[in-house]
Design a protein around this ligand. Structure first.
Ligand code: FES
Length: 229
């Protein structure tokens, strides 16, 4: 499908854009949407965009490449992969953007607030006041290091992490058995989206090697906890 880039917003260090897409094609939080610029010779490959920002009713996708501008024509494919699903019974939810902006996790705010769950964003915001100002006041923000003290408090934890950072996550979640449900969005290159079976996106899990592009990019935390070397 060929569509138009309608608008770009700079949010913290990332760019988010609005594409003219019917709501039935909107990706769920954590799913990715393969997009390709119609005429950008510098970007011949697909760019995988994620749903970003928070509670608004407009679909924002990101992170947008620097040279994509409003009015540009973009080819899109339907949403791919598995997204997040917060258990309906979860009453204490944590979000952990691991060394990255929380933009890809913030779309989970809507579901969390609808089920009246308490929500803590474990994030070292630094000077990133732009994102902090966009958060509803019910969201508590706590330093990442405090997560280790709050593992018993959580019913559910959603994580956004680069594949190469999994060993560091294991250090943060150092207990052998996690007392809560969790899922993680694995960020890694996904050049073929499973079509070419290239294996670039391979992730080691308790079930063996899986592909982020088709089995993820959102995985169950218990399937990856203490698996990465
Ligand atoms: S991106 Fe090629 S198998 Fe996943």
């Amino acid at each position: 499908m060929l569509t138009k880039l309608l608008e770009i917003n700079q949010i913290g260090e990332e760019r988010a854009g609005v594409l003219d897409i019917p709501e039935k094609y909107w990706p769920q939080p954590g799913q990715y949407m393969p997009c390709q610029h119609d005429s950008d010779p510098a970007a011949p490959l697909v760019t995988n965009l994620f749903r970003v920002i928070g509670t608004g009713d407009q679909l924002y996708l990101g992170p947008m490449p620097e040279n994509w501008l409003p009015g540009d024509s973009i080819h899109i494919l339907p949403p791919q992969g598995n997204g997040f699903s917060i258990p309906a019974a979860a009453r204490r939810v944590g979000l952990l953007p691991f060394g990255v902006s929380p933009l890809r996790l913030l779309p989970l705010l809507k579901t969390t607030l609808m089920q009246n769950a308490a929500l803590v964003l474990f994030w070292d915001a630094g000077q990133n006041h732009d994102i902090l100002h966009r958060l509803p006041t019910v969201v508590e923000v706590a330093p990442t290091a405090t997560l280790a003290e709050n593992l018993d408090w959580l019913d559910y934890l959603a994580i956004d992490i680069a594949l190469g950072d999994l060993p560091q996550l294991n250090s943060l979640l150092s207990i052998p058995e996690l007392p809560f449900d969790g899922q993680l969005l694995i960020r890694t290159d996904m050049p073929c989206r499973g079509i070419g079976d290239c294996g670039v996106c391979a992730v080691k899990t308790t079930k063996g090697w899986q592909h982020a592009c088709t089995d993820g990019p959102v995985f169950q935390l218990k399937e990856l906890h203490h698996v990465a070397q």
